[in-house]
Design a protein around this ligand. Structure first.
Ligand SMILES: *Cc1c(COP(=O)(O)O)cnc(C)c1O
Length: 356
């Protein structure tokens, strides 16, 4: 049966991206060798890395003065690399979800951390606003899309101090004003490629300002100087990410991705509003994520949660169970999610309503 993949991460990739990867694993560029068994320093692989970096720059309109890095360790390793490289005395963090809180916790190992605002007491159901970022902090850290709770910052904040952002789950889903940021990072497995590679976009001038010694592998300068080839990079995930970036470009880039994301989210949120069985967990519309759409059964129908999950699974819907800390359902609609996939989920919700 046809499956519609709403997995939150690792998540959906275009079929042709997977097919191109399969081909390269079997026989890389008709060389008679697999991508898995060639040197990362071969001319062929260096070309892959260079093209991936070039497409990052082109698709996100990254200005000069920034480096694009690919490394291992996941977004979670960036939680410590960011303060290691940027926190001299004080940093400000916005606590908008569990990932944000984890980032904040690591930063405390390196200096004073100011939590400017938090929505934790309300189950992270909104993104705090009306906060002040102190002027004397080294940077302000935000999480642009809170994958677990389905909240998203749809615009790049203007704060007067260097901005650092975890964009793991919404990078490439909208145009970003890169010039507002000193550093943007994320795991690839939500919207770029498979698990195993992490991207970092860093302003070169922001580096080398802290006075502490930094272990070689955790120092961004190491990876900038060596073009992400200081050690063996995650060869296969970088290759797949490149295939996905090429797909993205052919499909019309981030402006088109944003248009599609809005269409998908509008379809799904309006069905959630209309359907008596469901309600959205994020009530403030401006905070609703276009990537992770979270909903639960309405109070009177609470007992039907397991039934709806089974009903949807039978119809080929995959990965819509909500995160264990939120419950209910979460439909993750990353770039590769076709509009038809969301339409099928909406039909599923309507048919389930008819039965009740
Ligand atoms: C998934 C996720 C992470 C964790 O990513 P890893 O690559 O598993 O470390 C961090 N931040 C956000 C916003 C995420 O969605």
């Amino acid at each position: 049966m046809k499956k519609t993949n709403f997995n939150p991460g690792p998540s959906i990739l275009p079929n042709e991206v997977i097919q191109n990867t399969v081909q390269a694993v079997a026989d890389f560029q008709c060389s008679g060798l697999s991508l898995l068994e060639i040197s990362h320093r071969s001319r062929e692989f260096i070309a892959v890395m260079d093209e991936a970096v070039a497409l990052f720059r082109e698709l996100l309109s990254i200005p000069s003065g920034y480096s694009v890095l690919f490394m291992g360790g996941g977004a979670s390793m960036q939680f410590c690399m960011v303060p290691y490289n940027f926190l001299e005395t004080k940093a400000a963090y916005l606590n908008s979800g569990v990932w944000a809180k984890k980032a904040l916790k690591e930063a405390r190992l390196f200096g004073e951390v100011i939590e400017v605002a938090s929505s934790e007491a309300d189950g992270y159901t909104y993104i705090p606003d009306n906060y002040q970022v102190p002027e004397d902090v080294d940077y302000f850290h935000i999480t642009t899309n809170n994958t677990i709770y389905g909240t998203e910052l749809h615009a790049d904040p203007q704060v007067g101090v260097p901005l650092v952002a975890d964009m793991s789950s919404d990078i490439f889903s909208r145009p970003v004003d890169i010039s507002r940021y000193d550093c943007i990072y994320g795991g690839a497995q939500k919207n770029i490629g498979p698990a195993g590679v992490t991207f970092v976009i860093v302003r070169d001038e922001a580096l080398g300002k802290v006075h502490r010694p930094i272990p070689t592998m955790l120092d961004y300068r190491t990876h900038v100087e060596k073009g992400s080839m200081f050690n063996t990079p995650p060869v296969l995930p970088v290759y797949t990410a490149l295939q996905n970036l090429k797909w993205l470009k052919r499909e019309g880039g981030v402006t088109e991705m944003q248009r599609r994301a809005k269409v998908r989210a509008e379809m799904l949120y309006s069905e959630i509003e209309r359907n008596k069985l469901f309600r959205a967990t994020v009530t403030r519309e401006k905070d609703r994520s276009l990537m992770n759409i979270c909903f639960v059964m309405s109070d009177e129908y609470r007992d039907l949660e397991a039934d709806f999950l089974a009903f949807a699974s039978e119809r080929g819907m995959v990965g819509i169970k909500g995160h264990r800390s939120v419950g209910g359902f979460r439909a993750s609609c990353y770039n590769a999610m076709p509009i038809e996939g969301v339409r099928d989920l909406v039909l599923c919700m309507r048919d389930f309503e008819k039965n009740h």
